[in-house]
Design a protein around this ligand. Structure first.
Ligand code: ATP
Ligand code: MG
Length: 649
């Protein structure tokens, strides 16, 4: 049986003990799409409102009037929901476990401590005149102060815009210009894999860009004590700013539709888009998905390995878990430092029960071969999650067997920066698992597959993934450019939200993301997603990672160009090339036969770890002059190597 057909049924134990079982899922799902007002009117009460809402849903996907509002007449505060409301019941419970880059450094912060830290820093921000509605830019390492800064902004009603700490000075500048930030929060340096990341220096350089005109204050957290330049008129130490601040600070009452944050997409398919997320619907959706999809229960130690610079970090390190009163682990380092067993080490050290990571990390560990997890046991784990890209069935299986010891369900969660929270994923007590499938929609989510003309396709089929109606966590606009929001998501198929992803639905109604619609390959009239061919390649013992793109081909229209990174212990050769072609023919069929295979030591990835096929497509087509927006590339040198070693056709 190939991995793709394997099914892991819900275990009786989970069916019994998880929040949601199969019957409950079906009943709740039905209500959520048939009576969204009633359903969400009830679910909205899971968070605390200063003034309760009376209106629940007011949304339109009409391209002439895209307007999305949830709980619009209620008022609340996100920071209050993550902190104040827990003080009485779990003030002394650990809110954040911090694990440093250096395994000897860690820290535990209780809800009460976090509350006071946030209040104190919010008072510090007030001293700088930070007000409701203004945008504050964060450029931070993965330290608890990143969460403190986010929650302090939310407390005052300021809109945070987190710029991932791996981005360049130019990226900081362009994001600051787009948001007119007056205040930037950063640290002297970050630490990742034992190396120092010059955060303050990058900010200094970004601010020399003449287009940046608004910045008045740079707040600097002392993380490493490394040498930095100082500008007295502008820079202030975090510890100096809060030295005389009170540790109580009232939480501003925000309208449900007041913005909570701006966040940029990863930039896989083009220039990143700065999504605007608002308060009420987002909080309801982040906390609800966190509880049910991860089957979070009091006592769990929950670890999401994302960076707070990505939406996964916003919704599933900070807002979702803290709204639920969970213990959330924040990790400063990288999976390969000081050794490749670091994930296992951290899981054992802190007794992690729920672990959420990305396919890129799983494939990187898998490529290290047997024994990569060292002598770690990982017996505390009970649930695993995946996000960011389709997880190849082979990688799924490895994750299941080697990290989860063959006993933890994997929730493969499909969603986007735009969606605010997870839209398609299994519920551990309700949904059977199929390796490589994100399975079924969450409550209130109405996926559909459409053809190029926007006709809805029924049953077992393949098409473009759209969403037919709004859900509370949905992004409301692109900051400062509502027209781009409408153009990007609502004009391709009238009345529907277009995700940009291709997808297959199987006979059981399960969804399988096949890759980006932009990346679809058309070989002799046959349309193919990238995920299937890549998964076939990854299933070969020699292949650590593969990326597949189309390139102009005289006879077939498009040929299949494959980039392959080999696992430890394998060397490129013509024989291996032939073997891989044969392998794909056998796994999928002659139509998917690679025309060209280029072995490469690395693949171009976004800084969030996703393969950027648009760049590989240009290289394959020998259009290396105009590679498009490369600002989100993690390692630009990979591209030079790929161009230099371009396989000649
Ligand atoms: P940009 O929109 O700038 O091109 P991006 O789409 O990579 O960048 P994100 O919002 O970080 O930015 O990623 C969302 C995309 O990631 C989805 O549209 C999908 O293509 C992919 N994705 C996320 N999770 C999954 C998953 N579980 N399975 C398959 N694909 C996934
Ligand atoms: Mg996208």
């Amino acid at each position: 049986m190939s991995e793709q057909q394997k099914v892991y049924p819900v275990t009786p134990e989970l069916a019994e003990n998880a929040w949601i079982n199969k019957e409950k899922y079906l009943a709740m799902y039905k209500e959520s799409v048939e009576s969204p007002e009633t359903f969400w009117g009830e679910q909205g009460k899971r968070i605390d409102w200063f003034k309760p809402y009376t209106k629940v849903k007011n949304t339109s996907f009409d391209p002439h009037n895209v307007d999305i509002r949830w709980f619009e007449d209620g008022t609340l505060n996100a920071s209050y929901n993550c902190l104040d409301r827990h003080l009485e019941t779990r003030g002394d419970q650990v809110a954040i476990i911090w694990e440093g880059d250096n395994p000897a450094e860690d820290k535990k912060i209780t809800y009460r401590e976090l509350y006071h830290d946030v209040c104190r820093f919010a008072n510090g921000l007030k001293k700088l005149g930070v007000k409701k509605g203004e945008v504050v830019t964060l450029y931070m390492p993965m330290v608890p102060e990143a969460a403190v800064a986010m929650l302090a902004c939310a407390r005052l009603g300021a809109v945070h815009s987190v710029v991932f700490g791996g981005f360049s000075p130019d990226a900081i500048a362009s994001r600051v210009v787009g948001s007119d930030s007056r205040v930037i929060i950063t640290a002297d340096e970050g630490l990742r894999g034992g190396k120092h990341v010059p955060l303050k220096e990058n900010v200094d350089e970004g601010l020399t860009n003449p287009a940046v005109k608004t910045v008045e204050h740079v707040i600097v957290l002392k993380r490493t004590g490394g040498d930095i330049a100082w500008h007295d008129h502008r820079d202030v130490w975090w510890h100096d700013l809060i030295a005389d601040c009170a540790d109580e600070c009232p939480a501003e009452a925000m309208a449900s539709e007041d913005p909570l944050f701006i966040l940029f997409t990863s930039g896989s398919t083009g220039a990143p888009k700065g999504l605007k997320h608002t308060t009420g619907g987002y909080m309801v959706y982040a906390s609800m998905t966190h509880q049910y999809i991860f089957d979070y229960k009091p006592g769990d130690v929950y670890w999401c390995t994302a960076d707070v610079g990505w939406v996964t970090g916003h919704s599933y390190i900070v807002y979702g878990p803290l709204a639920n009163g969970a213990t959330t682990l924040m990790f400063e380092g990288v999976p390969s430092y000081p050794s490749h067993s670091r994930f296992g080490d951290v899981i054992d050290k802190h007794g992690v029960t729920i672990f959420y990571t990305a396919p890129t990390a799983v494939r990187a560990l898998m490529a290290q071969g047997e024994g990569v997890m060292g002598d770690t046991k990982r017996t505390s784990l009970r649930l695993l999650g995946s996000v960011g890209e389709p997880i190849n069935p082979e990688a799924w299986q490895w994750y299941y067997d080697k990290i989860g010891n063959g006993k933890c369900p994997i929730v493969d969660t499909w969603w986007q920066t735009e969606t605010g929270g997870i839209l398609i994923a299994p519920l551990p007590g309700a949904t059977d698992l199929k390796p490589g499938s994100a399975t079924l929609p969450f409550f209130g989510v109405q996926p559909a597959l459409v053809d190029a003309e926007g006709n809805i396709l029924e049953g077992e089929t393949e098409g473009n993934l759209v969403l037919l109606d709004s859900w509370p966590g949905q992004g409301r606009s692109i900051w400062g450019d509502h027209e781009r929001f409408v153009q990007t998501y609502f004009t391709t198929y009238k009345g529907m939200y277009f995700t940009g992803d291709g997808c297959r639905r199987d006979a059981d109604g399960f969804y399988w993301i096949t890759g980006r619609v932009d990346d679809v390959i058309n070989v002799s009239g046959h349309r193919m997603g990238t995920a299937e061919v890549e998964s076939a390649l990854v299933a070969h013992a020699s292949v650590a990672e593969a990326a597949v793109v189309g390139y102009p081909h005289d006879i077939k229209g498009q040929g299949i160009y494959v980039y392959v990174t080999l696992a430890e212990g394998f060397e490129p050769s013509d024989d291996l090339r032939k073997e891989l072609v044969k392998w794909v023919r056998k796994e999928i069929g002659p139509i998917a036969s690679p025309d060209v295979i280029q072995f490469s030591p690395g693949l171009p990835k976004t800084r969030s770890g996703k393969i950027m096929r648009r760049i590989l497509r240009k290289i394959a087509a020998n259009e290396t002059e105009g590679l498009g927006d490369t600002s989100t590339l993690a390692d630009p040198s990979v591209v030079d190597d790929l161009i230099a070693n371009r396989a000649v056709k």
